[in-house]
Design a protein around this ligand. Structure first.
Ligand SMILES: Cc1cc2nc3c(=O)[nH]c(=O)nc-3n(C[C@H](O)[C@H](O)[C@H](O)COP(=O)(O)O)c2cc1C
Length: 295
């Protein structure tokens, strides 16, 4: 992606939706921070309750629905931060923007927040915004990537700074869909891909709250999400950076993502259950594995 990361362990999107806790997250030892999802206009998200702990499964279900204060508020917050490390800005569309016009929302966020971003994540994989995931496929996907790439090229010229673009994908795609998606990423020279967001699948769970609607994260997501990393790696052959997200609860989990093809990883649910010690554990394990491969 043309960026140098102090360490490969990041915080996944959705923990700091409005970029108000960056310094605190950096102090925990993250090598990069992804804020958002931010949308052009502020929005309240879904009614509460909208976030559930699945204790017996080491998992969460959430249907937050992109609650956030909007891109102008985020810009004000980012103008005040003292953080100088790698900052990803995860962008989305407002709920009331029709899917056919989604590109306008992504482009608006890029224009407004470009000076602050180390990279942008185009979130196409939240299950909690109706229709959003359809943008990962077919003509709609190709058109969206065209618009985003055009905007990136133009902004890079105006700002004399190239900000890489990463696409965040769902774990609920079959092998053919992943292959098609990878083809489009290569075709449009997208810089990176985050695999994966939360899943709508619900197999083998024990907690009562597993029946709640929304996206499932945590331990049950580890293996399906890593499978998508491996499928992408096979197609992308190192030409697009893969960031692994989904169910990392230990150093060994992160190493499995790295072995499947991820160059960077992100934590969310594991941090909730295991606490901030997980960050150093994952960092140490990834470094040890990378050194083993080198020797
Ligand atoms: C409460 C909650 C809110 C989230 N919000 C977002 C979001 O706004 N944008 C996004 O791209 N992903 C969001 N995610 C997904 C996470 O970034 C991450 O990709 C996913 O939870 C899988 O990783 P994990 O199993 O380590 O949690 C959210 C996850 C949770 C649990």
């Amino acid at each position: 992606m043309g960026l140098e990361f102090p360490n490969p362990v990041g915080v996944a999107a959705g923990l700091d939706k409005d970029a108000t806790c960056i310094e605190g997250l950096a102090a925990l030892g993250f090598g990069f921070i992804e804020v958002g999802t931010v949308t052009p206009k502020p929005q309240a998200g879904n009614p509460r309750p909208r976030l559930f702990r699945l204790h017996e499964d080491d998992a969460l279900v959430n249907r937050m629905g992109f609650n956030n204060q909007g891109m102008d508020a985020m810009a004000r917050s980012l103008a005040r931060t003292t953080y100088t490390g790698i900052l990803g800005i995860n962008i989305g569309k407002n709920r009331d923007t029709p899917v056919e016009r989604a590109h306008q929302d992504y482009v608006a966020c890029m224009r407004r927040l470009y000076p602050f971003a180390s990279y942008f994540t185009v979130n196409l994989s939240s299950p909690n915004t109706p229709g959003l995931r359809t943008l990962q496929q077919g003509a709609g996907f190709a058109h969206l990537l065209d618009e985003i790439k055009g905007c990136q090229t133009q902004l890079a010229t105006t700002h004399l700074k190239y900000v890489p673009v990463v696409v965040k994908v769902a774990p609920d795609l079959d092998a053919n869909e992943v292959a098609d998606l990878a083809g489009e990423l290569l075709q449009h020279e997208i810089d990176g891909v985050i695999a994966t967001n939360t899943t709508t699948a619900r197999e083998g769970l024990r907690s009562a709250a597993s029946k709640e609607a929304g996206g499932l994260s945590g331990r049950p997501l580890m293996s399906p999400s890593t499978a998508v990393v491996a499928q992408l790696h096979e197609r992308l052959q190192g030409r697009v950076t893969i960031i692994g997200s989904g169910g990392i609860f230990s150093g060994a989990d992160a190493c499995a993502k790295q072995a499947a093809g991820a160059r960077l990883v992100q934590l969310y649910t594991g941090l909730i259950y295991r606490g901030p010690g997980l960050i150093r554990e994952v960092q140490a394990a990834l470094t040890a594995q990378a050194e083993q491969v080198r020797h």
